[in-house]
Structure formats: structure tokens, C-alpha cells
Ligand binder design. Sequence first.
Ligand SMILES: Cc1cc2nc3c(=O)[nH]c(=O)nc-3n(C[C@H](O)[C@H](O)[C@H](O)COP(=O)(O)OP(=O)(O)OC[C@H]3O[C@@H](n4cnc5c(N)ncnc54)[C@H](O)[C@@H]3O)c2cc1C
Length: 186
Amino acid sequence: MKEEQKQASQEKSQVIENLEKIFFDKPETVPKKPCRTCTEFKNWTRKMTGTATKSNNNIVEAEHEKNISELKRVDCPLDSIELGRSTWSFLHTMAAYYPEQPTSKQQSEMKDFIHIFSKFYPCSWCAKHLQERLKTDVPDTRSSVTLSQWFCELHNEVNQRLGKPVFDCSKVLERWKDGWIDGSCN
Ligand SMILES: Cc1cc2nc3c(=O)[nH]c(=O)nc-3n(C[C@H](O)[C@H](O)[C@H](O)COP(=O)(O)OP(=O)(O)OC[C@H]3O[C@@H](n4cnc5c(N)ncnc54)[C@H](O)[C@@H]3O)c2cc1C
């Protein structure tokens, strides 16, 4: 194998290894069995069909992707991506519609909700990260604006961990309540 090919192949193996770490190297307290809500659908099917190899073969990968897109239905249990997307939609929308001047009871109930949510979020290591963060960073429930910012920063931390672009938090209410300033959502 040429030196360049060898290096490309090693880099790809490393990427796959890192992804598998995210999905399968779990803390002791987390069950070892792959769970669908903790795993992207394509990785979950690999685990379930026993084809979770560190394949460097582009043809095999492309075939797998094609099979997946043909297999994917809209009325099946959620994978980690769908669950995450739906949950963020709910959390950001909830924050955007939270009162501008909440009572102290509402503030305390919202904190409780987020705390309890972190215990039951059905992607175990996503939940673990959130629980760890809540130990040092109490949700800012003083108003819909502060709560929206708090969730935006939380979401950005996850984005960064996953190598996704950071969202501009000054636009969070345009995204989740008012629609874009250019009127494109109207
Ligand atoms: C609490 C929580 C923890 C998670 N932890 C993990 C984890 O540890 N590992 C993992 O693999 N997945 C995790 N996920 C799932 C992950 O964040 C994504 O939801 C998933 O990867 C799908 O990403 P997506 O690209 O479709 O967009 P998502 O990240 O789901 O975002 C949906 C939409 O929200 C908007 N958006 C993006 N960033 C922000 C922001 N900062 N503020 C406001 N709006 C924004 C964008 O318009 C975007 O299209 C977690 C989800 C949640 C709810």
C-alpha cells in the first residue's frame, strides 16, 4: 500500500474509533447493550446485524448508506439524531414561550423540570453530560430571554462536542419564536 493511502486509511480508522467511543464506550453505570436512542440509526443497524466493522472500504460504506436510506421509515422508533432534533425543538420552543416575568414558583418548577428531564433523557450518555453540567451551572430561569440563552449555550456545547457549527445565540428567538427577521418564515 502506498504511503498516502496508508495514512488516509489510518486517519479513517481513527475517526471511526472516535465515533465508536462516543457511541459505545460508556461509563460503568450505563448498560453495554446498544440502544437505539443512544445511537445513530446507521450505526445501530451495524451493531444489530453484526456488521460493525472498522471498514475502510468505500463501496461497502456506500452500499450500507444506500440500504439505510431505503430502510428508513418515518413511523419507527427514534435514533439519537431524531430524538435530539425533536428534543431541542421542544426545549427551545418551551424556553421561548416561558413567561417574560415568571413567578418564583414558575422559576423553581422550571429548574425542577430540567433537573428531572436530565435523569430520564433516553440517550444515556447525553443525559450523563447534562447531569454533570447541571452540577455547576444552574438553569437561568429569570425570564424567557435568559432561559433561551441558557438552552442555546447548552446546545452549543453539545454542537462543539460533536464538531457542529456554533449557533448565534442572539438569533435564538428568531429561530424558535418570531421567525427570521427577513420575513422568510411568514
Ligand atoms: C440535552 C441533549 C444532549 C445531547 N447530547 C448528545 C451527545 O452527547 N452526543 C450526541 O451524539 N448527541 C447528543 N444530542 C443530540 C444532538 O445534539 C443533535 O440533536 C443530533 O445530533 C441531531 O443534530 P442536527 O444536526 O439535526 O441538529 P440539532 O443539533 O438537533 O439542532 C436542531 C436545530 O436547532 C437549531 N440550533 C442549533 N444549535 C442551536 C443552539 N445552540 N441554540 C438554538 N438552536 C440551535 C438549528 O436550527 C438546528 O437545525 C443531545 C441532544 C440533547 C437534547
